[in-house]
Design a protein. Structure first.
Ligand code: COA
Length: 624
């Protein structure tokens, strides 16, 4: 998913730069074998930027921007910044990664809930009671620990994209880590490489936090039977909902949370409890059942539960939203997770999910001897009237925010990625072009569209942007709406649009896209304290950065879907997991915007996918 870039971004040292973590032996060699992220040639990016603006702005605006770009180049300002950027690239492992972490995540002041942290909706489990819930949670915990063993032992297979090895650094960032609020900028702490690595997880039930040690004294992980017994103890000692849902504080605007945080940790006991949560390997939230809804709405309801917990009356207090990984298991079989985005993108999280889901399906082979285990430790919080006031304010803000979120999760079941593949078309490009058609049919225009592209082919790579709205996609969607255009012409334009998207994808994953390069030039200007070049103050730049469609493919083996909020008030967040014969989609919007509606976009998207399929099927095959 994309993040809004914090405008006040000023490069500075992080409290603990994620990239400074030392990876152990074998991975280190792998990491060092990866290429460094290049700085694309200036002229090339400026030309591509102009082209990307074409479908978004008027000819007059475009001419004006072209003039600004010419000035940027010929005045020498652009070249100077470019040289500085190239120098930075020679002196850092990745010229972008620390900047990106800061500007996209740690400087961003909006709440992480809805605005940053993605949720994952897992298939409904078939338990309907507490026993089933705890058994499943125990198995899930065992599965995550099994994955952790692979990370610790460096036996996790190196991943590939298009035949190229990928950077594995993100796998070292997601366990034993946590975001920490700061007055102007947050930080991320990571304890996985600490001298004494954490051996506990946090479990939350009825808004009460527990420290659960998940390793035996000989270093072996607890079996799921053992974990189950421990979870039962936790459950038994937290039957009443805690009056003060301390976790709600983490849902607030980051400046408010930072103030409340300092206040909270003034107390020694509170500080100790917060540290225990931050250090824990991950969190498991044992949720209370949510209100029942129809089968049609069920997945959307679970998406909301994963994204925000349902509000202060429901499960939002059953979280610590700064925690990188929080698995959520509810008594009614709903389950999934929410993750704090700063340390990693969706794909490593989903790779972990795939492993864990497979693990939970394995039958229990050995029943472990029941050695008595100590009682999990309840984390205490002393709540002063001031902290209580902060909790109340956070509750109010959260409930307003939740009320504003419109989220729709649905399964498109007419076809999956096998259909475009059988037509020799890229499934991802096919879906993106359909999304352009859906949007155009509603709004009669194209909009700036963001699709995440992995930069993990490069050391410490994160993402760049695929700009899905192109001259070619606009030509196609216009033709689709024009009854006089022959089907054959429409198919030709479709093929061109899909190929253009795939070409942009290849360019982006190859480190040659424009968005991060432009951001780099802008941040370099800030760092050098030179006046901001006009190209970045231009209306066209603002239009190009106003992503009405923020989209991402997060493929998984598991039949799940990731979801996230829109990044602009009048925008949509769209995420999808293309399976062989169906596609799982999530669409989000804000209720406060009269022009957007998640169910409406979902409906138009389904129609667009079907219409494009029909168009292809009705046209002679040889033409494709
Ligand atoms: N004919 C037949 N098959 C084709 C094809 C064609 N013309 N083009 C692609 N395919 C196949 C591919 O080989 C692939 O096969 P597989 O399912 O066996 O692996 C499949 O179709 C999917 O390819 P495609 O749809 O083109 O997408 P992709 O897998 O290359 O993914 C991105 C594209 C942009 C999603 C990917 O490159 C990426 O960057 N992912 C990271 C996303 C991310 O970080 N998100 C962050 C979220 S927080």
């Amino acid at each position: 998913m994309m993040m809004m870039i914090a405008s006040s971004a000023k490069p500075a040292r992080l409290v603990k730069p994620v990239s400074a973590l030392k990876l152990p032996g074998r991975y280190l060699a792998h990491q060092e074998s990866l290429p460094c992220l290049p700085v694309p040639p200036l002229q090339q990016s400026l030309e591509k930027y102009l082209l990307a603006l074409k479908p978004l702005i008027s000819q007059e605006e475009w001419d004006h921007t072209q003039q600004l770009l010419d000035d940027f180049r010929t005045s020498g300002v652009g070249e100077r910044l470019q040289k500085r950027l190239e120098k930075r690239a020679t002196k850092t492992e990745n010229w972008l990664s620390d900047w990106w972490l800061q500007t996209a995540y740690l400087d961003y002041r909006m709440p992480v809930v809805i605005h940053s942290s993605p949720g994952v909706v897992l298939p409904k489990q078939d338990f309907v009671d507490r026993q089933g819930q705890l058994r499943f949670a125990a198995k899930l915990i065992e599965g995550v620990l099994d994955f952790k063993t692979m990370v610790d032992n460096e036996t996790l297979p190196v991943e590939y994209l298009g035949g190229n090895q990928l950077c594995m650094n993100q796998y070292y960032q997601i366990l034993s880590s946590c975001r920490v609020p700061g007055p102007k900028r947050d930080s991320v702490v990571n304890y996985s490489q600490a001298k004494k690595a954490p051996t506990h997880i946090t479990v939350v039930h009825n808004f009460q936090f527990f420290e659960l040690d998940v390793y035996n004294s000989d270093g072996t992980p607890l079996t799921s039977d053992q974990v189950f017994t421990q979870l039962e103890k936790i459950w038994g000692t937290s039957l009443q909902t805690n009056k003060e849902p301390i976790g709600i504080l983490t849902t607030n605007h980051r400046n408010s949370w930072s103030k409340a945080y300092n206040n909270l940790i003034k107390d020694k006991v509170n500080k100790e409890s917060v540290r225990t949560i931050q250090k824990s390997i991950f969190t498991v939230c044992l949720d209370a059942p949510m209100p029942k809804v129809s089968d049609e709405l069920y997945k959307s309801r679970v998406a909301a539960q994963m994204l925000h917990g349902g509000g202060s009356r429901w499960n939002s207090g059953n979280r610590w939203f700064d925690k990188t990984l929080q698995f959520i298991v509810a008594e009614d079989g709903s389950c999934g997770l929410v993750y704090e985005h700063a340390p990693a993108e969706g794909p490593p999280i989903v790779a972990l999910v795939d492993h864990v889901v497979e693990f939970t399906k394995k039958p229990e082979l050995v029943r472990s001897p029941m050695v008595p285990l100590p009682m999990p430790k309840k984390l205490r919080f002393n709540v002063t009237p001031e902290i209580k006031g902060d909790i109340e304010k956070a509750k109010q803000n959260l409930n307003i925010m939740i009320h504003d979120l419109d989220v729709k999760v649905f399964v498109f079941s007419v076809f999956g990625k096998n259909f475009p593949k059988s037509e020799k078309l890229s499934p991802d490009a096919f879906i993106q072009v359909a999304l352009q058609l859906a949007y155009y049919r509603i709004y009669s225009r194209a909009c700036a569209t963001y699709e995440s592209a992995s930069l993990r082919m490069f050391r410490l790579g994160r993402t760049d942007t695929i700009r899905s709205a192109s001259v070619d996609s606009l030509n196609f969607v216009k033709a689709m709406e024009e009854p006089t255009v022959q089907n054959q012409e429409k198919v030709n334009l479709l093929r061109k649009a899909i190929q253009a998207h795939r070409a942009y994808t290849d360019m982006a994953i190859g480190g040659k896209a424009i968005d991060r390069h432009l951001l780099g030039l802008k941040l370099q200007a800030i760092e050098d304290l030179v006046s901001m070049p006009e190209v970045f103050m231009d209306t066209s730049y603002a239009v190009a950065m106003h992503f009405n469609l923020s989209t991402s493919q997060v493929p998984a083996k598991t039949d799940c879907v990731m979801c996230f909020g829109p990044v602009v008030p009048d925008g949509y967040g769209v995420c999808y997991n293309p399976m062989d014969d169906h596609i799982n989609f999530s669409v989000s919007a804000f209720n406060s915007c009269a022009e957007t509606n998640a169910a409406r976009l979902a409906h138009y998207l389904e129609r667009a996918l079907c219409d494009i399929q029909q168009l292809i099927l009705q046209s002679p095959k040889s033409k494709l």
